[in-house]
Design a protein around this ligand. Structure first.
Ligand SMILES: Cc1cc2nc3c(=O)[nH]c(=O)nc-3n(C[C@H](O)[C@H](O)[C@H](O)COP(=O)(O)OP(=O)(O)OC[C@H]3O[C@@H](n4cnc5c(N)ncnc54)[C@H](O)[C@@H]3O)c2cc1C
Length: 366
């Protein structure tokens, strides 16, 4: 068996590490010059979305032998709507760094991979399919799956983000649900040290947003963050992403080609969380290749999570700023934190089950 992995990101490297542990040496092809050779940004792993796993960093280590050091455990969330704010305390998960940084998850995974990575790869999927018995497509987008008529895009998202310097509490993340800052989307601040943080606006490319100028939103958002933190936050780096597709494959595997990570559909529609499912999908593809299970079966819970997450996305789009105010006000208080704690019922599944009829009733998206 000759396995090629196309893409040395989270899913591709998790696949490679799992294959290596089980005696298969894959060939890894990465189009960039190093793993994570892109802008630096902060991301989070929230336990509420990894149900039934409450600590996904511990689970990756104990269940799969993949060792990651996050930036910090998240112990406080500050949530803002137009007129309300809530601070909730608890154990919410972890923050971490991505991109061109020594402690980025990609860099940590790359250090655990024994196989040398072929950087600056120009190989197409066709070429790899001709030269290898099995190909794992882990390129971080659905393009190759789309080419094979196997990827359905539900919507696209545009993002504008920056690294800012200042004084931050590493254990606190902040989020804004406010249509004047991010219409039908959200904004967030994730620190990646005591001195640096990532601030980002993410909005879906809905018809109602077609005339929105990201720069104008930024002119409102950046001063708002500075006001909430009561400090100047100079920008040291910036990134823009337009029309980032969120969708899912019809078949996670076609012949001997496996689609993993975002190529499969692990980027969750609700708030865009995809790191943990991306790594799981890479591990599952490796399990199939090692004869431990069937990729189609193993990925079924990830597909369900995607579907539930899509319902939540569609329902949050129905909320006005008044609705956000009510939600944030309700979260402020002792039970706000409890909502995010590990529990028997999957909160994502329960919420999507409850909201499904409402979304159907409301019909078309804005
Ligand atoms: C701005 C932003 C913020 C996010 N925030 C969060 C968050 O807070 N929490 C969360 O859980 N998720 C978040 N996500 C989503 C998460 O980053 C992704 O779901 C996850 O990285 C997907 O992993 P992957 O392996 O599919 O792709 P990636 O990790 O992106 O890896 C893809 C790799 O393939 C390489 N590649 C591309 N094309 C080719 C080719 N033709 N040949 C070879 N190599 C190729 C790329 O260079 C890259 O190294 C965020 C995404 C973005 C964009």
């Amino acid at each position: 068996m000759e396995v090629a992995i196309m893409g040395a990101g989270l899913s591709g490297l998790a696949c490679a590490i799992t294959l290596e542990k089980n005696g298969i040496t894959p060939a890894i092809f990465e189009s960039r010059g190093q793993a994570g050779d892109r802008f630096v940004n902060g991301e989070v792993l929230l336990s509420i979305f990894t149900h039934p796993i409450s600590d996904c960093i511990a689970s990756l280590a104990e269940d799969y032998g993949i060792y990651l050091q996050p930036t910090a455990p998240i112990q406080r969330m500050r949530l803002f709507s137009e007129n309300e704010q809530a601070t909730i305390e608890g154990r919410f998960g972890f923050s971490n760094v991505r991109g061109r940084e020594e402690h980025a998850f990609e860099a940590q995974l790359e250090r655990q991979t024994k196989t040398d990575i072929h950087y600056h790869s120009k190989y197409s999927l066709d070429q790899l399919q001709r030269e290898y018995t099995h190909v794992v497509v882990a390129t971080g987008d659905g393009d190759d799956a789309k080419e094979m008529r196997n990827f359905h895009t539900d919507f696209t998202v545009s993002l504008k983000g920056a690294t800012v310097t200042g004084e931050f509490d590493r254990y606190t993340v902040m989020a804004w649900l406010d249509h004047t800052l991010a219409p039908y989307g959200y904004c967030f601040l994730i620190p990646f040290s005591e001195k640096e943080a990532n601030i980002t606006i993410a909005i879906p490319d809905l018809p109602v947003n077609k005339n929105i100028q990201m720069d104008e939103l930024w002119e409102r958002f950046h001063p708002r963050v500075q006001a909430h933190l009561n400090q100047e936050l100079p920008i040291t780096d910036q990134f823009d992403i337009t029309r980032y597709p969120i969708g899912i494959c019809e078949s996670p595997r076609i012949g001997n080609t496996f689609f993993v990570g975002n190529c499969f559909g692990t980027m969750m529609p609700f708030l865009g969380f995809g790191q943990h499912p991306a790594m799981l999908s890479g591990i599952y593809a490796a399990y199939d290749l090692c004869g431990f299970g069937k990729y189609e079966e193993l990925t079924k819970p990830l597909r369900k999570k995607y579907e539930n997450s899509l319902v939540l996305r569609q329902s949050i789009e129905q909320l006005s700023n008044k609705g956000f105010d009510r939600m944030i006000k309700a979260l402020h208080g002792p039970w706000g934190g409890k909502l995010f704690q590990p529990r028997k019922l999957d909160p994502l599944r329960t919420a999507s089950y409850l909201l499904r009829p409402y979304v159907k009733l409301k019909g078309a998206r804005p």
